[in-house]
Design a protein around this ligand. Structure first.
Ligand SMILES: Nc1ncnc2c1ncn2[C@@H]1O[C@H](COP(=O)(O)OP(=O)(O)OP(=O)(O)O)[C@@H](O)[C@H]1O
Ligand SMILES: O=C(O)c1ccc[n+]([C@@H]2O[C@H](COP(=O)([O-])O)[C@@H](O)[C@H]2O)c1
Length: 193
């Protein structure tokens, strides 16, 4: 059984917070690979300011190319929108019976998990690796044998902050994985860059 950690997200765009977290999990926790699953449309988010999913996947693929244990996945592109994680997990598990999938999730998402589709079945069927995020108190979160809290170092960064900075014309080269700032500039993905 290969142990794979799934990091779901919009990655609009990917930033160093995502990569630092995935790096930590590979080195300190059980997953042997991390799959970054690009979500076309999160059920709780609007498509405002959302880069095309193929562009988000392309940026991510470039960002992780030096680590063979990181994979960029377009698995949700072929599934109905919005993207419900339990549906993706069902399909992934049936297509990869030789893989054991854990779900990597921030404290923000765990605190809201009762609003997710079939949250209880999700919890029963897959281990959750939950990492702290500033401003979210894990003492308030539900407890379950499948929930493991990990002490990953986290940057107080979000894709929202990155987009706002790019739109304001800030040079934030070092908050993005190597090559991503130049890719964004060369392809004029944000007009101010
Ligand atoms: N700074 C960070 N450190 C670790 N994980 C993060 C960080 N920012 C986001 N994540 C996690 O990465 C996953 C993908 O997140 P997502 O693409 O929605 O990023 P985001 O930065 O939260 O985006 P946005 O600001 O657009 O809502 C989520 O599980 C999220 O909790
Ligand atoms: O399945 C659900 O009901 C559900 C509800 C909210 C979010 N998600 C998924 O959680 C992932 C990360 O969400 P976020 O809020 O950090 O962008 C993304 O892949 C979403 O599709 C899933």
């Amino acid at each position: 059984m290969k142990h794979v950690g799934l990091l779901f997200g919009s990655f609009n765009p990917v930033h160093i917070g995502h990569l630092a977290l995935a790096n930590y999990i590979l080195e300190y926790e059980k997953p042997e690979e991390i799959w970054f699953v690009v979500t076309p449309l999160n059920p709780f988010k609007t498509s405002r300011d959302l880069l095309d999913e193929k562009v988000r996947l392309d940026i991510l693929t470039r960002a992780i190319q030096l680590e063979p244990r990181f994979k960029a996945s377009d698995f949700e592109f072929a599934l109905p929108r919005p993207s419900y994680t339990i549906d993706t997990l069902d399909q992934l598990s049936s297509q990869h019976p030789d893989h054991h999938f854990s779900v990597i999730m921030g404290a923000d998402n765990l605190l809201a998990i009762d609003k997710w589709k079939e949250a209880q079945r999700l919890l029963e069927s897959h281990p959750l690796l939950v990492y702290p995020r500033p401003g979210f108190d894990l003492d308030q979160a539900q407890k379950h044998a499948n929930i493991q809290i990990i002490q990953a170092p986290v940057f107080d960064l979000s894709s929202t902050m990155i987009r706002e900075a790019l739109q304001a014309g800030k040079n934030i080269r070092y908050l993005l994985p190597h090559g991503v700032y130049d890719y964004i500039r060369d392809n004029k993905l944000y007009p101010s860059v």
